[in-house]
Design a protein around this ligand. Sequence first.
Ligand SMILES: [Ca+2]
Ligand SMILES: [Ca+2]
Length: 224
Amino acid sequence: MAKNKQESTGDRFRRLTQALTAILLCGVSAQAADIADHVVIAEVLPHPADGQAVFVELYNPTNEELTLDDYYLRSNLEHDYPALSGSIPAYGFYLIATAEEDWPDGWADPDLTAPQLELDPYSGGVALLDGSDTLDMLGWGVSPYFYETTPCNIPNQGESFERKSGSSHDDGEGNGYDTDNNIFDFHVRSDPEPQNTYSDTERPPMSADEATWGFIKDLYGPQR
Ligand SMILES: [Ca+2]
Ligand SMILES: [Ca+2]
């Protein structure tokens, strides 16, 4: 005859813990998978207001400094496109301006000036290449040269497109969210914030590994 085994409080707690861990890791993995593992286009101001200037800002969501020697930006199929140089810090930024004059006081200085980069203020796009590999694209308006899945809307003058930090945006957590759909991955900033290689770095939302360790420490307390 089968014994009716009573589940102990310890067993129940263990099962509950396992279930909670699984739920937590599923959620965190989905979030971490949407953070790019390469340099991305982080913020673009295609249609500056008076007193502003056109810029393209890049972000490095990885934990290592990356050299930009083979990196290029393209905004148009016919024009020459500028080669980048130098490097971008881990969790840091790199700023490209299209003109040397009229750069606003109070904005971070551009790391590179690239007059051959022509951004259309109404319907345009920009692509980031590493050698012949296209790493990332952002487009806006109607039928731009470059975009991912669905372009962003036509920008209002003075508003930038900023890549989000995650499925919801947190200003201090970088700009690494990349599902390859521009309309979901970017939001509009009414106060553009160009950041350069000297700007404070911003870590993307925590990785699955960090989340697992945090959860285990919370569960068992600090090691003695
Ligand atoms: Ca992308
Ligand atoms: Ca920015």
